[in-house]
Design a binder for this molecule. Structure first.
Ligand SMILES: Cc1cc2nc3c(=O)[nH]c(=O)nc-3n(C[C@H](O)[C@H](O)[C@H](O)COP(=O)(O)OP(=O)(O)OC[C@H]3O[C@@H](n4cnc5c(N)ncnc54)[C@H](O)[C@@H]3O)c2cc1C
Length: 388
C-alpha cells in the first residue's frame, strides 16, 4: 500500500494525459490530473461561441485507420460524417485540394487523367531542362537542391506557382529557393475526382466538440486546472508514486541542455454577423500577398451537408498566421531537424534516468502526433504501466 496520496499524477489534460488518466482510473488507481491552462483537452480544445464550437488551437479533424482507437473515441462521443475537403484560394481563383482531378479540371479544364498527366509532364520536363542548363549539367545529372526545384520537379510549374509557392513561403517565412529540398519529399497527386484530404478509414468531428469528448474521458478523475507543475514541483513530485508528464521535455530539465525549437502559429478569431463566410471549413490562401495561410470557418465542422448555415445567423472565423517561434510562444509543431533531434536524444537520456516519471505526448516526446496516434500511444503507455 502506497503512503502517497495518489498512485499517479498526470501533468497535462491534453489527449495523452486524459487517456492515460482514464485507463488508470478505470483500473482502480487513484489519479490526479493537473493542467496549467484554464481548460482541458490541450490543443484539441473547442470553446463555444454562441452555439458554434471553435477550434481554438487550429482546425482539428479526427481521422484514423486504427480500429481500436476509433472504438475508444466512439465510446465518448458521436462523430459526424465530416470529410476534410479544403479549398485553395489563389488571388480569388478557387481550387480543390488535395491535388486531384477536380483541381486539374479547375486549373486547365481537363477531364481525364491522361490529359492532366500530359500537362504536368510537359511542364516538369521544360522546367527541369531550363534548371539543368542554368546549372550547366545534363538533365540526367540534375538533382533539385532547393524546395522550389524539388516541387517543380514533382508537380510542374502551374501547381507550384499557384498552390505551393506562396503558401510554403508564408509557412516558413523564407523563399522556396532558400528552403532545403527535403522539406517536400512528396507532393501527393491523385488522378481521381476525390477531394477527401485524408486516406483514412474513419473520419469525423465529435458532435458537441472535442472538449465535451475529453470531459467524458476524464469523468470520475480529479482534475485541477490553472495548476502548473513547475509552480510547486517539489509538492507534486511527492504527491504520487508515479508521474506521467506531458509538458515540454526540455522544460522538465530546466532547459539545461538548451531549448528545443518549434514552429508556431497565431490565430485571429472573429465573429461575423452573417450566416456563411466562405462556404467551407478550411480555405488555404496560396498567394504570397495575403498575409495569413488559412481561414477556418468553424461552423462547417459540425453541420450537415444540407445545412445552409442560416439556422445560426452568425459565423466565427479564424485567420491562421505562421510565425517564427521564440521562447515563450505556444509550441505547436516540433522542428524535427538534425540539430533539434540530437538535442532531444540528449534530453531523452536524462528522461530515461528519471525514476517513476514517464514522458509522453507531443511535447514530452518532441514529435508531431495526430490525435489518433497520441491516443494509441497513451493506451500503450497505460498498458505498459499495468505490467510493471
Ligand atoms: C495547428 C494544429 C492542428 C492540428 N490538427 C490536427 C488534426 O486535424 N487532426 C489530428 O489528428 N491532429 C491534429 N493536431 C495534433 C493534435 O493537436 C495533437 O495530436 C494532440 O493535441 C496532442 O495531445 P497531447 O496531449 O500530446 O498534447 P497537448 O494537446 O499539447 O496537451 C498537453 C497539455 O499539457 C499541459 N501542460 C504543459 N506543461 C504543463 C505544466 N508544466 N503543468 C501543467 N500542465 C502542463 C498543456 O497546457 C496542454 O494542455 C494538430 C495540431 C496542431 C498544432
Amino acid at each position: 500500500m502506497s503512503a502517497k496520496q495518489y498512485d499517479y499524477l498526470c501533468v497535462g489534460a491534453g489527449l495523452y494525459g486524459a487517456v492515460v488518466a482514464h485507463e488508470l482510473n478505470k483500473a482502480g488507481k487513484k489519479v490526479l490530473v493537473i493542467e496549467k491552462r484554464e481548460h482541458i483537452a490541450g490543443n484539441a480544445y473547442t470553446g463555444n461561441i454562441d452555439g458554434i464550437n471553435v477550434h481554438r488551437y487550429g482546425a482539428h479533424i479526427f481521422h484514423t485507420n486504427n480500429e481500436k482507437v476509433w472504438e475508444f473515441v466512439c465510446g465518448f462521443a458521436d462523430f459526424n460524417s465530416f470529410v476534410n475537403s479544403p479549398k485553395a484560394n489563389f488571388k480569388g481563383e478557387i481550387y480543390s485540394l488535395p491535388f486531384n482531378m477536380n483541381t486539374f479540371k479547375e486549373m486547365w479544364g481537363v477531364n481525364t487523367p491522361e490529359e492532366a498527366k500530359a500537362i504536368i509532364d510537359e511542364q516538369r520536363k521544360k522546367a527541369l531542362s531550363e534548371m539543368a542548363s542554368k546549372r550547366g549539367v545534363s538533365l540526367e545529372e540534375f538533382v533539385p537542391d532547393n524546395l522550389e526545384e524539388q516541387a517543380i520537379s514533382l508537380v510542374g510549374t502551374d501547381i507550384y506557382e499557384k498552390l505551393v509557392k506562396g503558401y510554403t513561403e508564408k509557412q516558413w517565412g523564407r523563399e522556396c529557393k532558400d528552403l532545403p529540398a527535403f522539406i517536400i519529399k512528396r507532393l501527393p497527386v491523385r488522378f481521381t475526382f476525390d477531394n477527401n484530404y485524408f486516406n483514412a478509414r474513419f473520419q469525423g468531428i465529435p458532435i458537441g466538440g472535442y472538449t465535451r469528448m475529453v470531459e467524458k474521458i476524464l469523468e470520475g478523475v480529479e482534475v485541477r486546472l490553472k495548476t502548473d507543475f513547475f509552480d510547486r514541483r517539489d509538492v507534486y513530485k511527492g504527491i504520487a508514486d508515479k508521474i506521467i508528464y506531458t509538458g515540454p521535455i526540455d522544460e522538465y530539465f530546466d532547459f539545461r541542455l538548451g531549448h528545443l525549437e518549434y514552429r508556431t502559429l497565431r490565430f485571429e478569431t472573429e465573429k461575423l454577423e452573417i450566416p456563411d463566410f466562405q462556404h467551407n471549413a478550411v480555405v488555404n490562401f496560396t498567394d504570397s500577398e495575403t498575409p495569413y495561410t488559412r481561414i477556418i470557418e468553424h461552423k462547417w465542422f459540425e453541420f450537415g451537408k444540407d445545412f445552409d448555415g442560416k439556422d445560426i445567423p452568425a459565423t466565427v472565423i479564424s485567420r491562421e498566421y505562421s510565425k517564427e517561434w521564440k521562447n515563450g510562444d505556444e509550441p505547436y509543431y516540433p522542428v524535427n531537424d538534425e540539430k533539434n533531434n540530437e538535442l532531444y536524444q540528449r534530453y531523452l537520456e536524462l528522461a530515461e534516468r528519471e525514476e517513476n516519471v514517464y514522458f509522453g505526448g507531443r511535447l514530452g516526446e518532441y514529435r508531431y502526433y495526430d490525435m489518433d496516434q497520441v491516443i494509441e500511444a497513451a493506451l500503450g503507455r497505460a498498458e505498459s504501466l499495468f505490467k510493471e
